[in-house]
Write a protein that binds this ligand. Structure first.
Ligand SMILES: Cc1cc2nc3c(=O)[nH]c(=O)nc-3n(C[C@H](O)[C@H](O)[C@H](O)COP(=O)(O)OP(=O)(O)OC[C@H]3O[C@@H](n4cnc5c(N)ncnc54)[C@H](O)[C@@H]3O)c2cc1C
Length: 292
């Protein structure tokens, strides 16, 4: 196993041979070599550099709401940003917040201080995950990020919208986003709270928010809605093993109870094949599939 982490075993935030399904909203996945919660930059870079030196795969995760790990054993270290990365600082024209902060807490705190980030309301996960996947087009408000580089150092990077694509951030050499600086239009607090509430209501009406999922499974192909294509192929309510296609929104694959990562994966391939054969369109995963 990964003996080089032995010196950190005293640390209660290091767990070996860890069941990663507990950390993912889909509730599936197997075991990973180690799962670590890092509370400060020193801990994070120490683990990263040890992993790099020993050629062990290192992955950073947020709240696990857009990620599915293979159901077998994965020799990798998964690091989650702990409480030390969830601070928030409000200035006159800008907000700076830790990448581990919940996106929903951030949206509410922003509204309380008169910043309109209501388009992000109702999206689960952390700020780091949202910036990494450009969730809800968060790129419209991001000014810069503080990050850990490939060499384990710390660097601030100014960002513009061009640095983001559809559900991704196009910057090479970044191993972890640590904090983010935002700018957003200002408005009246009560108006903003109403906008946030409306947005959450809309999401609840359109998405199976009470089910175990990882959000929209596939990206929308250019000029199409993935959900509409999947629905048109008759998949709403379709099941494979304990994985199913939501009856509410066809682009949501849900864990019906005891789904395995393989159930989710196979169902996604069945959908992919049928959409391809009917429409000649290759769906691309929006959910990050690790170890498949
Ligand atoms: C019910 C439901 C509804 C959803 N609705 C939406 C929606 O409307 N719009 C939308 O865009 N998404 C939606 N999602 C998907 C998901 O919530 C977002 O993609 C979210 O931003 C992911 O954040 P996370 O912290 O959970 O990231 P994770 O799932 O933990 O990770 C996702 C990716 O980000 C990387 N990552 C995470 N944190 C960091 C970091 N600090 N530094 C570097 N990389 C990092 C991980 O390595 C991984 O590749 C929904 C999900 C669910 C379950």
């Amino acid at each position: 196993m990964i003996n080089y982490l032995d010196s950190m075993v005293k640390n209660p935030k290091v767990f070996f041979d860890y069941d990663i399904s507990k950390e993912c909203s889909m509730g599936v996945g197997g075991r990973v070599s180690a799962f670590i919660s890092a509370d400060n930059f020193r801990e994070l870079s120490e683990v990263y550099l040890l992993a790099a030196k020993n050629k062990t795969r290192f992955i950073i995760m947020g709240a696990g709401t857009n990620i599915v790990f293979n159901g077998g054993f994965l020799d990798m270290i998964v690091v989650k940003l702990g409480k030390g990365f969830s601070g928030i600082g409000i200035r006159e024209a800008e907000i700076e917040a830790g990448a581990g902060l919940s996106l929903q807490k951030f949206v509410v705190e922003a509204a309380r201080n008169g910043f309109d980030l209501s388009t992000l309301a109702g999206i689960p996960g952390t700020l780091g995950g949202a910036v990494c996947g450009n969730s809800g087009d968060i790129c419209r408000s991001v000014v810069s990020i503080d990050c850990m580089t490939e060499k384990g150092g710390r660097e601030a990077v100014e960002l513009s919208r061009e640095d983001f694509g559809y559900r991704h951030l196009n910057i090479n050499g970044i191993k972890a986003i640590l904090s983010i600086r935002f700018r957003a239009p200002k408005g009246d607090r009560d108006v903003l709270f109403n906008k946030v509430r409306d947005r959450i209501k809309q999401k609840k009406a359109a998405q199976p928010t009470q089910e175990k999922s990882a959000g929209c499974f596939f990206k929308n192909p250019y000029g199409h809605s993935a959900g509409e294509l999947i629905q048109a192929c008759g998949f709403k309510g379709f099941k494979y093993g304990e994985a199913g296609v939501s009856k509410k929104h066809a682009n949501f694959i849900i864990n019906l109870g005891r789904a395995t990562a393989e159930d989710i994966y196979v169902l996604s391939r069945i959908i992919y094949d049928k959409v391809y054969s009917h429409y000649n369109i290759k769906l691309e995963n929006e959910v990050r599939m690790i170890g498949f």
